[in-house]
Design a protein around this ligand. Sequence first.
Ligand SMILES: Cc1ncc(C[n+]2csc(CCOP(=O)(O)OP(=O)(O)O)c2C)c(N)n1
Length: 346
Amino acid sequence: MTEEKAHVFAFDEEKVMKQLGKEKLLSLFEKMLFIRIFEARAENAYLQGKIGGFFHSYAGQEAIQTASVAVFGLNNWYTTTYRCHALAILLGEDPKGLMAEFFGKESGNVKGRGGSMHLFSDRMLGGLAIVGGHIPIATGAAFSLKYQQKKGEFSICFLGEGAVAQGSFYESLNLASLWNLPCVYVVENNKWGMGTNVEKAIAPLPIGEKFGLLYNMKSLTLDGMDLLACIAGFVEAKNEMQKNERPILIEAVTERFRGHSISDPGLYRTKEELKRIQKKDPIEQMKQRLLSCQFLNQEELQAMEEKIKKEVKDAEVFADQSPFPNPVTLEEGVFAEKRGLCDTER
Ligand SMILES: Cc1ncc(C[n+]2csc(CCOP(=O)(O)OP(=O)(O)O)c2C)c(N)n1
């Protein structure tokens, strides 16, 4: 089946640039660049055997969560998948703690218990590795906001297009629609669920439009490779939700630059295909815009890169030098019962 063409949200590039202004544009660009450099360094550490378990890069998708946090702000509930490094950075988690978590160290974001797929923050309910498992959690967070009458706060749920086939997606959108929950479902359609193309996995395409119609929700389809398009789209979503007090469905069309995880050689995409995809690099697009309107010059860009590299290097040194958790404390800080299932007292 071939994907029907979605109506991609149109926006006025100049207007968005003007509204954001030089300082904000530079800070958003710097955030995306930080995420890219941080993950590249961590991948390198992984290849040196310093990081165990899985590692899912967000490279190529940075514009989506950067824009979403910029527009909605920190004071909301956020939930995402195992591809969670960027969100934790954007919500202000210390890069040292994040890198230490990758390394499985006691000083890590969740004391070395979770690894790269399970990052948390005050308003971030995961980093969760079960595909679709976090969608009801986000919906519950939206319910709690509504129940407590917390106007102006939202629950923002990022998921991959692969999760759209899960029952948890259907049940969540159904309830959110029935109960007018303040939930933003952001499907980051990077076209691949591991090695399976979206066209072989999801029957109703385009996702945003079809599922929006099905669940009686407004939907927006965004160019997820373009920071400005994402900013404009999330502003529209926020305005709409404030006006109508209804959930919303966003499909951000994107591509990931790396394999599904670090161990995936990505043989399902040709080198030419990858090159074509990388031409749409959200960071490169923003860099060219900032250079051409002289908000940034080559020396400033270099200084920015060096500053980020130093901070990331410091995080790696911190992670390297931190101790592993003491095995005696294994059960501390985890949400689990001490007694085994075969305990007869149960
Ligand atoms: C319930 C469940 N089934 C299968 C898996 C194995 N698995 C991990 S990631 C993944 C693909 C998910 O793709 P998508 O939702 O598009 O997210 P992306 O990785 O592209 O960000 C699968 C099948 C899992 N973790 N959980």
